[in-house]
Design a binder for this molecule. Structure first.
Ligand SMILES: *[C@@H]1O[C@H](CO)[C@@H](O)[C@H](O)[C@H]1NC(C)=O
Ligand SMILES: *[C@@H]1O[C@H](CO)[C@@H](O)[C@H](O)[C@H]1NC(C)=O
Ligand SMILES: *[C@@H]1O[C@H](CO)[C@@H](O)[C@H](O)[C@H]1NC(C)=O
Ligand SMILES: *[C@@H]1O[C@H](CO)[C@@H](O)[C@H](O)[C@H]1NC(C)=O
Ligand SMILES: *[C@@H]1O[C@H](CO)[C@@H](O)[C@H](O)[C@H]1NC(C)=O
Ligand SMILES: *[C@@H]1O[C@H](CO)[C@@H](O)[C@H](O)[C@H]1NC(C)=O
Ligand SMILES: *[C@@H]1O[C@H](CO)[C@@H](O)[C@H](O)[C@H]1NC(C)=O
Ligand SMILES: *[C@@H]1O[C@H](CO)[C@@H](O)[C@H](O)[C@H]1NC(C)=O
Ligand SMILES: *[C@@H]1O[C@H](CO)[C@@H](O)[C@H](O)[C@H]1NC(C)=O
Ligand SMILES: *[C@@H]1O[C@H](CO)[C@@H](O)[C@H](O)[C@H]1NC(C)=O
Ligand SMILES: *[C@@H]1O[C@H](CO)[C@@H](O)[C@H](O)[C@H]1NC(C)=O
Length: 865
């Protein structure tokens, strides 16, 4: 059994022979013969499969065609006889049209064939859009290799890129894309990377299109100690998976009828997770006194069963959640039950490794805009291939982008086409790069007038148009504070107004302790809600927005308050009226008291009054007003208005009725004792996360939020402020505030949510929550750490993950903390496994016995980590 994995690899790596049946539709198939010379017919029909292969020339702008050594052409047929290789540029990409949201089989084939006569074995990386798919190392792979995934593209265009990583030149032989049925192989997260796909047969035929409608490739596989079964009868294969009939017409059973049937392999990485799809059909004629019934075991643990395969009809078993092997040895065993008279049987199996593509592609509109700009100016640069922004090390020349390490689509923040020989007008498509901060078009031959749209691009801090031949006058919209405009060397331009004088003042966008933390809050809250579903049966689980929350931020330096701002200003007497003379105090914080009030007769508000002895000053008050009037997000407490009249300062918020997270954590008895303030006043902590009537989270209190300059410094020095326990120790010691300070506070919030322990408890041996959890983690008993109110109703794996994540967030060294994006990804994944665990019981219940395809979720079986 030892060699089975190696054997499988060889089987997979071989372009084996295929056999044919009746014609099938190739609708939606893309079959590219890479490097097919221009003088050869394209498309052509491949003899064995009948597939129509075409030249790849129209799908890629770079690379050169090559041909394998003539002596190999007898062994390898088209499309493997030619290659496209990429001596120029680091990244070269194919652009393929696909159907967004639909699952696709994506397969790339590589056969070196000593096409360059150098007899070296190339090694390079394969990318799917901005994400690493695989490293291809052709060393000793004389028969070539292939990479295959099932993947759901997030846009209608799919980029497959070959990236040079060393001295050798990347190459590709064939590229195949097949749209799949929309119910098959969908997974809760990650894409599926083919590990192996076999049917158990002693024949050495590999099955492909047209036997397989989706052109999956099935290798035959057999072991000694197995008995070969085969049938001449027709087998029904029509479920969501539709494997080839030929793959189901054969099967293996253990020759020793009481022994298990075992398929095992080694995992390259113990952390790898696998999805299994096993296909069964009873192909033996059973006597009245015979039964075949067996259970499936995954690494020694029950996986599914008992299963009785249907006569000449397919049953597909797959796990709803991916499974890792315990260590490097993976094994699937079929063991007969004691009432079974016959040994277990298996017809075919597919094993996939979970592969994640976490980096989102650059905003689609911006990619289109960039391509339009390049086309407008006739620019074609070798490195303008693939995603413009990510991976960061392959970013296009002249660009800079934001969010390149974040779980949101990157945006273009800087475009530098200085000295690029541009002619004509300033391209209109530039206006679609809406997040642009810097635009450098200096030293070109641009003509025409300065377009108005530049003035409407609110984030622009620098426009350099010097050294062109522009004319007309400078639009008023460009004469704004905070925008540095360089127009020297445009002799025909009328520099009439003072606006052309560069302002050195820097433009600052205030961000609520960075937008990322809002996302974290949401994700964390969801985790909280999910974990606590049992205790709060009415809670509606709110799904996290997939992309960055919309945050409307206008120019912070605008000299006049906006009209909106004026409208929301209240007089002191109005404040007194709305609170009925500050009748009902609902809370108290560093600012002063918070009173309940009513505006417009019915709208409930919370009025926060700034007391004269307040530790938070006028500056923080202004900061909060400025920010909340401009920032709107469903997960931020919104400001209804404010009062700024002499000594009287007040903030009027929407009233958030359900109190804060801490209150819910500390349980119901706490509510009986009395109402704590629904609003406390500082930074990220459980008391600053308010819950509305639907238990939707809202982040409150921005008096302390700091403004971060765009670009440049990643941290700002401030006077240390915050709440003990939640305060980043590094920030405390150095006074340097950065995004990672929020990550720390968030780690604490997470720990608090998971454990329901106070952050600081002097009666505890380890008074700070991180110390306490740290020492409990050493004990290894998760039940002791998790909130006892959950009564163990959680997936222990997600719980471990969440705890470990929280602890890494709360690492004393900021550099060791994960980024916000990482936190969001992790929490989402915890949520997914927790959700699938909960959904499973329902799914199983609704499974009717007539259904051909069964689903199975091993998460149902409670299991220690
Ligand atoms: C390549 O395939 C041939 C025929 O299938 C086989 O004999 C040979 O061992 C293979 N070579 C390698 C390196 O796998
Ligand atoms: C499957 O996808 C096709 C094409 O996108 C669509 O027309 C069809 O309604 C989908 N079927 C189901 C059951 O979702
Ligand atoms: C897979 O697709 C089916 C049918 O569209 C759907 O009901 C099911 O929820 C999907 N499963 C996952 C894990 O997305
Ligand atoms: C058959 O398998 C059973 C169970 O694995 C084992 O106990 C028995 O020794 C085997 N018999 C032979 C002849 O190998
Ligand atoms: C089933 O019945 C047949 C005769 O009809 C007999 O030969 C065979 O031994 C029986 N098998 C079992 C497992 O009882
Ligand atoms: C199957 O055998 C095991 C022991 O080998 C026994 O504990 C179990 O009760 C048996 N099950 C049935 C259904 O007979
Ligand atoms: C690009 O922008 C990032 C911020 O997103 C900044 O950290 C980096 O220094 C910038 N790089 C250049 C070359 O301007
Ligand atoms: C644009 O690139 C040129 C060199 O290619 C450089 O001199 C210039 O400073 C860059 N402009 C900006 C705004 O970074
Ligand atoms: C900007 O983007 C929109 C939406 O993608 C598009 O309709 C419009 O034509 C673009 N404008 C320019 C000037 O390219
Ligand atoms: C502008 O064009 C002229 C010729 O039309 C050329 O001589 C000059 O070098 C160009 N200037 C720049 C900056 O490209
Ligand atoms: C604008 O570009 C010109 C030429 O590249 C350069 O000399 C000048 O310093 C730039 N101005 C700014 C503000 O970057």
């Amino acid at each position: 059994m030892k060699s089975s994995f190696e054997l499988l690899l060889v089987v997979i790596a071989t372009f084996s022979t295929i056999h044919i049946v009746q014609p099938q539709s190739q609708q939606g198939f893309i079959s590219l013969d890479c490097g097919l010379p221009a003088n050869e017919v394209s498309p052509y029909k491949e003899d064995i499969t009948g597939l129509q292969y075409s030249s790849d020339a129209t799908f890629i702008q770079s690379g050169k065609p090559g041909r394998i050594q003539p002596n190999l052409e007898t062994r390898f047929l088209k499309p493997y006889t030619t290659v496209r290789y990429f001596p120029d540029g680091t990244r070269n990409c194919y652009n393929l049209g696909v159907q967004k949201g639909r699952n696709h089989l994506i397969r790339a084939r590589f056969l070196y064939g000593n096409y360059d006569g150098l007899d070296i074995n190339p090694k390079f990386d394969l990318y799917l859009g901005p994400n690493l798919w695989s490293t291809v190392d052709l060393h000793r792979l004389d028969n070539g290799t292939r990479r295959e995934i099932f993947h759901i593209p997030t846009s209608n265009s799919l980029q497959i890129c070959l990236v040079k990583t060393g001295e050798t030149t990347p190459l590709i032989s064939a590229l195949e894309i097949r749209p799949l049925g929309n119910k098959s192989y969908n997974t809760s997260f990650g894409s599926l990377s083919l590990f192996f796909r076999i049917y158990l047969s002693q024949s050495d035929t590999s099955l492909r299109f047209p036997n397989d409608v989706y052109d999956r490739q099935w290798s035959s596989y057999f072991e000694t100690g197995w008995t070969h079964k085969t049938t001449a009868s027709d087998v029904r294969v029509s479920n969501n998976y539709e494997p080839p009939k030929a793959a189901l017409k054969t099967a293996a059973t253990p020759t020793n009828t009481s022994a298990p049937l075992t398929i095992d392999w080694s995992s390259e990485n113990p952390e790898d997770q696998y999805y299994l799809y096993t296909h069964f059909a009873e192909i033996q004629e059973l006597q009245a006194n015979e039964t075949r019934e067996f259970n499936m075991f995954w690494n020694g643990e029950k996986y599914y069963g008992p299963l009785v395969p249907d006569k000449l009809d397919i049953t597909t078993i797959y796990g709803g959640t991916p499974e890792s092997c315990k260590g490097v040895r993976c094994s699937l065993q079929l063991i007969k039950t004691n009432r079974s008279t016959l040994p277990p049987l298996l017809n075919a199996i597919e094993v996939f490794r979970v592969i994640k593509f976490p980096q989102p592609e650059t905003d689609e509109n911006e990619v289109v805009a960039l391509k339009t700009i390049e086309a407008t100016y006739g620019l074609s640069r070798i490195n303008s291939q693939g995603d413009p922004c990510v991976p960061r090390q392959l970013m296009w020349d002249g660009l800079n982008c934001s969010n390149t390490d974040v779980f949101t689509p990157p945006r273009i923040i800087s475009l530098n086409l200085s000295s690029s020989g541009l002619t004509g007008n300033i391209a209109a498509a530039i206006q679609n790069l809406t997040q642009l901060v810097k635009l450098d078009l200096s030293n070109n031959n641009l003509t025409g007038e300065l377009p108005d749209f530049l003035g409407n691009m609110k984030f622009l801090l620098l426009i350099n148009l010097s050294g062109n031949d522009l004319n007309g006058s400078v639009p008023k919209s460009l004469q704004r504070k905070g925008l540095e405009l360089s127009l020297q060397g445009n002799p025909r331009l009328v520099l009439s107004s003072p606006s052309t004088k560069p302002h050195k003042k820097s433009f600052v966008v205030p961000v609520v302790a960075s937008v990322g933390s809002v996302a974290i809050l949401i994700a964390a809250l969801i985790l909280y809600l999910v974990l606590r579903k049992k205790r709060q049966p009415t809670i509606e689980v709110v799904c996290p927005p997939p992309s960055r929350p919309t945050v409307n931020v206008t120019n912070a330096n605008s000299p006049e308050p906006s009209i909106e701002m004026k409208k929301r200003k209240y007089t002191y007497s109005e404040v007194m009226k709305m609170t009925n003379n500050f009748e009902r105090v609902v809370g108290e914080g560093g600012f002063g008291v918070v009173c309940h009030g009513t505006v417009n007769g019915s709208e409930q508000v919370a009025v926060k009054l700034l007391s004269h002895s307040s530790t938070q000053g006028y500056k923080e008050f202004k900061a909060e007003v400025d920010l909340l009037l401009r920032v709107h997000h469903t997960n931020l407490v919104s400001l209804v208005g404010y009062c700024d009249e002499g000594d009287h300062l007040a903030l009027i918020y929407e009233f958030v009725p359900n109190g804060d997270l801490r209150q819910h954590l500390t349980g119901l008895e706490y509510l009986h004792i009395g109402c704590t303030p629904p609003m406390v006043h500082r930074d990220v902590k459980t008391t600053n996360i308010l819950l509305d009537e639907h238990y939707k989270a809202k982040l409150a209190d921005f008096g302390l939020s700091r403004s971060f300059p765009v670009g440049g410094e990643s941290h700002v020095s401030t006077v240390v402020a915050g709440t003990p326990g939640y305060l980043d120790p590094e920030y405390y010691h150095t006074g340097r505030l950065g995004e990672k300070s929020d990550v720390y506070s968030f780690g604490i919030v997470l720990l608090e949510m998971l454990t329901n322990q106070p952050v600081i408890d002097r009666n505890r041996r380890n008074s700070h929550i991180t110390q306490w959890v740290g020492s409990e983690l050493n004990g290894g008993d998760i039940a002791k750490i998790m909130d006892p109110n959950l009564r163990g109703d959680y997936d222990s794996r997600s719980a471990w993950r969440a705890l470990e994540l929280a602890m890494s967030c709360a690492d004393p060294t900021s550099a060791k903390r994960p980024t916000m994006s990482h936190v969001v990804i992790e929490l989402k994944e915890c949520l997914v496994s927790e959700n699938s665990r909960r959904n499973m019981s329902r799914r199983m219940d609704s499974l009717s016995s007539t259904e051909v395809s069964m689903t199975f979720d091993s998460g149902m079986i409670p299991r220690a980590r």
